[in-house]
Structure formats: C-alpha cells, structure tokens
Ligand binder design. Structure first.
Ligand code: AP5
Length: 257
C-alpha cells in the first residue's frame, strides 16, 4: 500500500539523538534493499518513489554528508571536515569514517519498516562490514537492486540535476522540472546544483565507481542477492519495473526475506 506522508529521517540525517516523526510502522515482511548503480543513474529518484510503495525508509549516506556540509564549521569533527573535502572532489570518503557514521545509525537498519540503502555500501570493505552487522542482528537483506544505464545518459542526468536544500527532493531541469523554476514543489525550499555535479568532479566519481563500487555487483551476485533493473525510461516506468521484479523475486523464493 502506498504511503503519502514522508518520514523525516532525522535519526538518519542528524544521528541517533534525534527521533523520527512519524516513526515508521513495523511491517510483517519489511523490505531491506540496497540500491546499487553509477552516480546519477537515478538511485535517489527511485528510492523516493519506492519508499512510497514499499513503506521502507530512504537512507542515503550522501544526504548525511550534504546535511553536515550545511552545518557551522565549528560543529564538525575533524573526520567529518576531511570527509566533506573528499566529497567535493568526487572521491569516496574513507571507509572508517563512513562505517563510524553508519554504525552510529544502525538503529535505522533495525527499523521495523525496513530500508532502502542508497549510496552505501560502496566498497567491498563497507559491504563486508554491513554483512557482518546484519548477520549478527539476524536481519536478512531482501535484495540488491542494480540499476543499469549507458554512461552518456547518466552524464546528461547529472548535469541537469537540481536538489532541494530543505527536503532533499531531486529534480531535473528538463526531464523532471519543478512547477516554478528554482523552487521545490514539495516544500517550497530553494533548489541548488550540487558541488560534485561539476564536470571535473563527475569524471572522478565515474572512475571511482568503476574502481571501487562496480566490484560489489559480483559480490552480491555470489550471495544470490543481485537483481538487475534497466534504468531506461521515465522514473515512474522504472519504479513499476522494479516493483514487478521485486514481486517476482519474493514469489520465486518465498523463504527469502
Ligand atoms: P551520493 O549522494 O550517494 O551520490 P551518487 O552515488 O554519486 O549518486 P547521485 O546522488 O549522484 O545519483 P543518483 O543515482 O541518486 O541519481 P538521482 O536520483 O539524483 O554520494 C555523494 C558523495 O558522498 C560521493 O561521491 C562520496 O564522496 C560521498 N559518499 C556517499 N556515500 C559514501 C560511501 N558509502 N562511501 C564513501 N563515500 C561516500 O538522479 C540524477 C538526475 O537524473 C536527477 O536530476 C534526476 O531528476 C534525473 N533522473 C532520475 N531518473 C531519471 C529518469 N528515469 N529519466 C530522466 N532523468 C532522470
């Protein structure tokens, strides 16, 4: 069933001292999904559509770093300051910093509503750490969605992206424009272009993806969790394709999570 209210995800974005409102409802069979794919393939867009259909929370590590980058410099730890520099260049943040940040928020992974992990894991070391944590807690992953698209289309998506500074909703200047230029339809917040969508950072991000993140495809294939989805067509068409693939996935192995 679709949910129209958007969970505020504050426990994820601000850390465990904050409490989500509303707290996601516990489900009998929650979806615990990872979204894989190159930068700009549309993971965040799909996570936003899927969370309305699957009632699982959208947990993006990139959103946590971008929220930190809006804070006063004095409020940031030295590790977080260094992390933001890596992000601006388009490089990956070091595994130890990312893992500290995720482990601190592990209650979000245990949430009874399930999760859509977007942007994590991104290296084999992160994937191994997550696997250990989830096995230790007896929380099986449902599947790993791998979105596939040719590079030229990905670059076009990135160069036109605009993001709401308040609610993080994602738009595209031609493919998914807001009703009023520069203003978020959902909350009225200002739309901005991300620092790492500049051409020089995009090149670094693509190379980093090939080197560090693409090997995860093989990792999850070996675990029998990989579900590849073509990312062509409109966001709504891709979402429908994903929902159909997930339904077939669960039906083909009912004992699966
Ligand atoms: P992160 O925020 O995770 O960025 P990313 O993986 O590079 O992915 P993007 O957010 O760029 O793209 P997306 O696939 O979500 O696409 P979107 O839906 O926006 O990470 C940013 C940085 O943080 C990293 O570079 C790194 O430094 C650091 N970081 C984060 N996690 C880390 C980790 N685990 N380890 C280390 N470092 C980490 O769509 C893109 C555009 O296309 C939008 O404009 C959208 O409107 C448009 N669009 C979407 N779908 C369609 C469609 N079907 N048709 C036409 N246009 C579409």
């Amino acid at each position: 069933m679709a949910s129209t209210s958007k969970p505020d995800r504050v426990a994820w974005i601000q850390g465990p001292a904050a409490h989500c409102d509303p707290i996601p409802e516990a489900l009998a069979q929650p979806w615990r999904l990872i979204l894989l794919g190159a930068p700009g393939v549309g993971k965040g867009t799909q996570a936003d559509l899927l969370r309305q259909r699957l009632r699982a929370c959208h947990l993006s590590t990139g959103d946590v770093f971008r929220a930190a980058s809006k804070q006063n410099d004095c409020a940031l730890s030295p590790a977080m300051k260094a992390a933001l520099e890596y992000m601006r260049r388009g490089d990956l943040v070091p595994d130890a910093t990312v893992w500290d940040m995720v482990r601190e928020r592990s209650a979000c992974l245990r949430c009874g509503g399930g999760f859509l992990l977007d942007g994590f894991p991104r290296t084999l070391s992160q994937a191994e750490s997550l696997k250990k944590l989830m096995e230790g807690d007896g929380l099986p992953l449902t599947a790993v969605l791998n979105y596939e698209l040719p590079l030229t289309e990905i670059v076009a998506r990135l160069s036109g992206r605009r993001t709401c500074e308040k609610c993080k909703a994602v738009y595209h200047v031609t493919e998914r424009p807001p009703q009023v230029e520069g203003v978020c339809d959902r909350c009225g917040g200002a739309l901005y272009q991300r620092d790492d969508d500049r051409p020089e950072s995009v090149t670094v991000r693509m190379e980093t993806y090939e080197r560090s993140t693409a090997p995860l495809i093989e990792f999850y294939k070996k675990l029998g969790l990989l579900l590849s989805v073509p990312a062509t067509g409109s966001p709504e068409a891709i979402c429908e394709r994903t929902i159909a693939a997930l339904a077939a996935w669960r039906a083909s192995a009912p004992v699966r999570a």
